[in-house]
Design a protein around this ligand. Structure first.
Ligand SMILES: Cc1cc2nc3c(=O)[nH]c(=O)nc-3n(C[C@H](O)[C@H](O)[C@H](O)COP(=O)(O)OP(=O)(O)OC[C@H]3O[C@@H](n4cnc5c(N)ncnc54)[C@H](O)[C@@H]3O)c2cc1C
Ligand code: SF4
Length: 488
């Protein structure tokens, strides 16, 4: 039972300090300071949780994390019980506790008239402390089912599905076309947000539980989709949404205009100490990042660390409000102006900036980006306002406009999988495609999303696969396919 007066005694919401900007720009390491879990800081913050009658944070979290229970266990210093409660709903709190946008905090009841409980920070401290104290051990199945499952894609959706299915005794192989496991966690998200040791230690646990990993194998090229289906009793497609949204404007072919991922992936490989043939280097360049989401902000942080002469982040829309507007009341997740740790580090941000043209010289080299002020038409469309064009000097432009959906080539042919009008693999509410034994989880099914949704989908798809293979399942299924949060 939580302390019902805790939030009155500790009114201040406090988070650990991040490393000073000047220091963190010198490396790609985690921007957060390492914390001392023995200080009273965390139990005090956890004590602000009121254990309210209806904990809206449960619904805010796509995983249905039982937040008040682990908050109270942290308050009492019961770390082993806390990680058990957290792992009951979340396979990988070390990922969500670091990079989840924390919709749970938008739904926290305390947030009605005080700053919400620091749920995300408490989550990461529970798992870090659990690893330190040796509480994270392999959960080897009691007996094997004799059934085999191929999981294609090793991002958070594929890993969550694989871990759940291995633990109930199926023989699971995860196929990944990259040379290392992790999906976007590995070479998409930079180390300064998520250091890769967190992936390694989780893979070690999964290996000990029996999950097999096959990195460097592309399904559709090295093994055909139909062969894979024939060789395994079930297949989970968790290939992500990797097709980037383009900006097909005049000058798009100029040297110096790239998709964000063509910039971030080599940069992340370099920071992992790997060889990269021709990385795109922002050093000394005027860099413009088009797009204001996580990918855009990761480009900003990377370009600043590489020593860019200037970094400008453009957004086509208006600057969002700092405070929750009346139209997005508690407990929904409001669309607010966000300052990521990368934005804290430098660069300029411009809003209402519509790109009109990539401008170049006779050698085909980018020299500037022509933008105009965005005008909102009555039907909601956003267009450049004629006569407001201006050129922003640029040596490197990174297009970070999100992703249109998964690569469907091969899978759609070999397995006869229809594609939705959102360009994702079609599936029913139980994650099953029209091809028996083939399931879809994560961004491949719901479109570009978040890690927390990928884990929730991977867990739920695993329950569906287990039921398909055994006729019944005890695995929890947090959400039906394509569920939307309270906020959506
Ligand atoms: C730069 C960037 C930053 C982000 N930052 C955040 C953040 O801060 N917080 C957050 O919550 N979300 C963030 N996201 C979104 C998040 O990473 C994704 O929603 C999540 O990783 C999706 O998980 P997934 O398992 O569905 O797919 P992915 O993580 O995309 O993994 C899919 C994997 O499948 C592999 N694959 C594809 N096709 C094949 C094939 N034919 N054979 C074998 N393997 C294949 C791919 O190589 C990839 O490794 C970010 C995304 C990007 C791009
Ligand atoms: S996973 Fe995300 S939404 Fe769920 S409790 Fe953790 S930070 Fe909140």
């Amino acid at each position: 039972m939580a302390d019902p007066r805790g939030f009155l005694k500790v009114r201040q919401r406090e988070l650990p300090q991040n490393r000073p900007v000047a220091l963190r720009l010198r490396d790609f390491r985690d921007v957060h300071e390492h914390r001392d879990a023995h200080s009273p800081f965390l139990p005090e913050q956890a004590a602000r949780c009121m254990d309210c009658g209806i904990p809206f944070c449960h619904q805010g979290c796509p995983l249905g994390n039982i937040i008040p229970e682990w908050n109270d266990l942290v308050r009492q210093g019961q770390w082993e019980d806390a990680i058990e409660r957290l792992h009951a709903t979340n396979n990988f709190p070390e990922f969500t506790g670091r990079v989840c946008p924390a919709p749970c905090e938008d739904s926290c009841v305390l947030g009605i008239n005080q700053p919400p409980v620091t749920i995300k920070n408490i989550e990461v401290e529970i798992i870090d402390e659990a690893f330190r104290r040796g509480f994270v051990t392999p959960q080897v199945p009691q007996r094997f089912s004799g059934k085999t499952v191929a999981v294609v894609g090793s991002g958070p959706a594929g890993l969550a599905a694989a871990q759940q299915l291995s633990r109930v005794g199926h023989t699971v192989a995860v196929f990944e076309r990259d040379d290392a496991i992790g999906g976007l966690l590995r070479y998409g998200i930079p180390d300064f947000k998520l250091e890769k040791e967190h992936i390694e230690r989780r893979i070690e646990q999964m290996r000990a539980e029996g999950t097999r990993f096959r990195a460097g194998v592309e399904i559709g090229r090295d093994i055909s989709w139909s062969d894979l289906r024939d060789r395994y009793n079930a297949v989970v497609i968790a290939t992500g949404a990797t097709v980037p949204r383009d900006l097909p404007l005049p000058g798009r072919d100029l040297d110096g205009v790239h998709f964000a991922m063509d910039y971030l992936v080599p940069a992340n490989r370099l920071s992992a100490g790997l060889e990269v043939a021709e990385p795109i280097d922002a050093a000394g360049k005027h860099v413009i990042v088009i797009g204001g989401g996580d990918t855009g902000s990761d480009c900003v942080g990377t370009a600043l660390r590489q020593g860019a002469a200037s970094v400008t982040n453009l957004a086509i829309g208006r600057r969002l409000p700092d405070e929750r507007p009346e139209t997005e009341p508690w407990p929904t997740t409001p669309r607010l102006f966000e300052v990521s740790t990368s934005h804290e580090e430098g660069g300029e941000r411009e809003f209402l900036a519509s790109t009109v043209e990539f401008v170049g010289n006779d050698e085909g080299q980018l020299t500037a980006l022509r933008v105009a002020t965005t005008e909102y038409l009555p039907d909601g469309r956003r267009v450049p306002t004629p006569g407001t064009e201006r050129d922003l000097p640029a040596d490197l432009v990174l297009i970070a406009l999100g992703f249109t959906g998964p690569e469907t080539r091969g899978a759609a042919d070999g397995l006869d999988l229809p594609v939705t009008n959102r360009r994702t693999f079609a599936r029913n509410a139980g994650y099953a495609t029209q091809t028996p034994g083939v399931f879809v989880a994560g961004d491949a099914g719901r479109g570009q999303s978040l890690i927390v949704w990928a884990i929730a989908e991977g867990r739920a798809a695993a329950a569906a696969v287990d039921k398909y293979l055994r006729g019944e399942t005890e695995l929890p299924a947090p959400i039906p396919a394509d569920a939307v949060a309270l906020r959506a």
